[in-house]
Structures are given as C-alpha cells and as structure tokens.
Design a protein around this ligand. Sequence first.
Ligand code: HEM
Length: 133
Amino acid sequence: MTAIKGIDERRLEKLVESFYARVRADDALGPIFNDAINDWPEHLEKLTAFWSSVMLTSGRYKGQPVPAHRKHGERITPELFERWLSLWNSTTAELMEPEAAAALQAKAARIAESLQLALFFKLPDVPPAKAAA
Ligand code: HEM
C-alpha cells in the first residue's frame, strides 16, 4: 500500500491521544472506557500501534479486537458505534489533512461494521424440518 499523505506515526499518536480524550469526556462512551481501562498510556500506545498497522501496514499491533469488545458486549450498542464514528469523523477532520482524514474515516467505518457483525449479528433460528408424515 502506498503511504497516504499526512499519515505517519507521530500524527497517528496525536490523533489517538486527542480522540480518546474526547471519548473519555463523552457522556455515553466515557463511562465504558473509564471503567475498562486502568492504564491509559498503555491503551493509547496499543491504539496507536493498531492504527499504525491499519494505515501504515507496520504490523505493530498484535491483538484481538473482537474478544476485547465482546468482554463489554452487554454495554456496547449500535447507537454507541454511531457515536464513536461521529466523534472519530470530527476528530480526524479537525486534526488531519483532508485525504488522510477521509482514509481514516473509511477504515474506521469498515472496521466498525465488522466489529458490529461479530458482536450483534445472530443467525435467525431455523425451525426444525417437519418429519415426513
Ligand atoms: C461503540 C464503539 C466502541 C466502544 C464502546 C469500544 C470500547 C472499547 C473498550 C472498552 C476497549 C478496552 C477493552 C479491554 O481491554 O477491556 C476497547 C479496545 C479496543 N478498541 Fe474499541 N470500542 C468501540 C469501537 C471501536 C472501533 C470502531 C475500533 C476500530 C476502528 C476499535 C478499536 C479498538 C482496539 C484496537 C482495541 C484494543 C483491543 C486489544 O486489547 O487488543 N474500537 N474498545
């Protein structure tokens, strides 16, 4: 992947820092994160590594986002995902160059979609086939 203009480790670190400061101050999202995370510097480092892997294909992130969110499954809703994405969109628009912001927004939307499929999607129950008379 060719690097996107305006995205490097330093800018990702600043973006992650600023985004999670807003998340923590958000009425709906804040309590979930503040309850779950004890070591914020470590979390920010992990999330910078995550975005570095996604945007710069650095391979720095080694983790499993699905089980990490499933742990908090009873508190996470589709509405919260919308809120998370709208905060991400406004933060990236404010801090990043337009092309970089657009790429970060598109990636987040796709990852949010797949996380939501993993968390919320249940196959409908299929009734058992009727035994032949
Ligand atoms: C409603 C939206 C979301 C909520 C409430 C949420 C909440 C959380 C929480 C509480 C953790 C810490 C888990 C723990 O260690 O106990 C976490 C970790 C994480 N989140 Fe989210 N999240 C949301 C959306 C997203 C999205 C859209 C992304 C990616 C684009 C994302 C990426 C991550 C990553 C990479 C981790 C670290 C997982 C690990 O431990 O390796 N999250 N999230």
